[in-house]
Design a protein. Sequence first.
Lengths: 420, 420
Amino acid sequence: MKAQIITIGDEILIGQIIDTNSAWIATQLQNNNISVIQILSISDKEEAIFNALSNSQDQADVVLITGGLGPTKDDITKQTAAKYFDTFLQRDEEVLQHVTQFFEARGKEMLEINRQQADVLKGCTILFNQYGTAPGMLIKKGATTYIFMPGVPFEMKHLMNTQVLPILCKQDNTTYLAQENIIVGGIGESYLAEKIADLESELPAHIKLAYLPTLAFVRLRLSGTGSHKDDITKETKEFASKLIDRLADHVIANHDTSIEKFLIQKFIRHQLTLTTAESCTGGSLAAMITAVPGCSAMYVGGTVPYSNKLKQQLLDVKEETLSQYGAVSEQTVIEMAQGAKHKFDTNYAVATSGIAGPTGGTPEKPVGTVWIAIAGEKETIARKFQFQNDRTINIERTRQLALFMLWQLLVKEHQIGIDL
Amino acid sequence: MKAQIITIGDEILIGQIIDTNSAWIATQLQNNNISVIQILSISDKEEAIFNALSNSQDQADVVLITGGLGPTKDDITKQTAAKYFDTFLQRDEEVLQHVTQFFEARGKEMLEINRQQADVLKGCTILFNQYGTAPGMLIKKGATTYIFMPGVPFEMKHLMNTQVLPILCKQDNTTYLAQENIIVGGIGESYLAEKIADLESELPAHIKLAYLPTLAFVRLRLSGTGSHKDDITKETKEFASKLIDRLADHVIANHDTSIEKFLIQKFIRHQLTLTTAESCTGGSLAAMITAVPGCSAMYVGGTVPYSNKLKQQLLDVKEETLSQYGAVSEQTVIEMAQGAKHKFDTNYAVATSGIAGPTGGTPEKPVGTVWIAIAGEKETIARKFQFQNDRTINIERTRQLALFMLWQLLVKEHQIGIDL
């Protein structure tokens, strides 16, 4: 089954909000083996809505439309849809009763524009909206099913989960989708491609390989489609195994995850603890870790010793080390990592020190010079990187590489596996 | 001028990533008085790319396309574009030299697929990409200008800022755009709207007011368009002054900035220093500050005392305070702020402690309970907030409100102004 998603509303076209609804809908459809062929955001103007409905007919089996169902004047989706489907709006008594109760429960006066929320396309199937006043609607034209939903995320999600997905899944059970994800680190996209070129060219047409790179990692995604669930699952898994064997030391995980989530789970499973000592990453590594629920089981906390004074005060970095080698040096970053591990009594400590830019460089240490150290249970490793002149990217690259180095040392000292 | 944005890549259609590029591009175009008529995300299949290019011709003056320019096999934008524009790909020597240097500077071996990055559409204008190996390209067909850019956000942003926007702005100089921005804090969007309703209804049709809310601030943007630069600039400024007078105490800045940049500049100008002590925000407040170049002139560094042990060890929070009132309490957060200010000898200190969720709440302190304290030169202020159950939003709201409280105390103690 092929789907299109249409989002209606000027706020997306002027960049005021990011369209997260479409990504959420796409994930749900994908999980239910419905492929999304395009996502379109348009203005809430009649012509734009009419053309979008018209262009999608017979291109997709189902078109999911969100937005423009509110009570105010700028919401004209229903009126335009009535024209396109050559029908009219009529008030639905059951919806009206729901809207009335909605206002009564909140002790608010109901206006005529609120009553109009109960006007639906004549001939549609009403998708009852428990969480708001605008009902969803399903209507067919030609071979295409159109589904209208409100743009408010939690109302849309509720309608999708309770009504839309069950309807769509009933209609389509002919093809099955199998996916395998592999997270790879320490190797660039093009080297990776060369290393697996022969395996990639062996892939049959019904299994696709996608490269999804970030600054320090690449996610490889295999997507296989077939009519027999067991067969396509097995075949896709087999290719994933071949890739994993070939890439050996670079493979971090054999499933869809983030490096920080993966490390946190491994730390917890092995009952290990971590602290961070961040100069150039300025707290962003700590923020990445603490964004994951449950991290307090392994992360005791950390420091952001931005000034030299705090490097000494918080981590016992020696004054001679700073004056002799400078803050951005192998010696300093090692003392930071070891000082943090020792003072906060953890199994591992990560330290970063660098010149993030855009200024602050010298001929010997140009902007983009970064040192990362990991103090582990048996040894401390340190590496120097030379990045370019973009502060944001340098910080992001450093925190990703710090996690990559932490993973490397953890593998060495604890033989952690790729699965969980 | 009318623009369309096309994003190429399956990762958006399966919901694996959210299309933030389009929102960013849309904002930039909007700021330069170019209206976006639609945003389209499509698969990296030849048919989808060809159809999208074809459908946009003569619908828009300019089409901005991102993605699918990488070196691997799944990136077929260039080949498809060559077909659509009835041309071929040819290797550009200058780009090849840049790609070669790019690899040499990193001490990496260059492969044939990397050399292919230098293949561009014959007849295009090359948009040189300093930050990566895939160049941008500009090519015309009919009345429409097509601009291809890599999908990697920082490369795309760099090309947009340095090349694409200057080219587009040169093409369209019949109308002039004047913009005024006002940053407002401590008041919700709807109360704000009510407070300025009469001024808003006085606005002439050629001056538009937009509300751009974040979790703790609202940016008001006035956009005036006219054929005379001086007239429209003056008229827009006059309305901005009226809004500033009306909103008085809520106005933080009279220009487009971020709260952290604004505070950093004020701290530097007044020769003040800052430290942070973050439990529930987990380093994200420090990361927000250290993302701004030059912050080291006022930010000495900070701590992320996630565990109770580190709250005591790093900030001298008393054991009795923690056992009697708990980590999430007025007493603890005040001791954290005062301890940090005292130990690291700064003028101001910000402390956060809360239950970010999704678990860890109790009947007395449900998930979303957050305490923020600011220790200033004369006094310490502390406030409790009760948020909901979303970890990401709770962390983001807390760091924004912490900066808002810091601004409030700074205004009180130093009478700082709104301009810079």
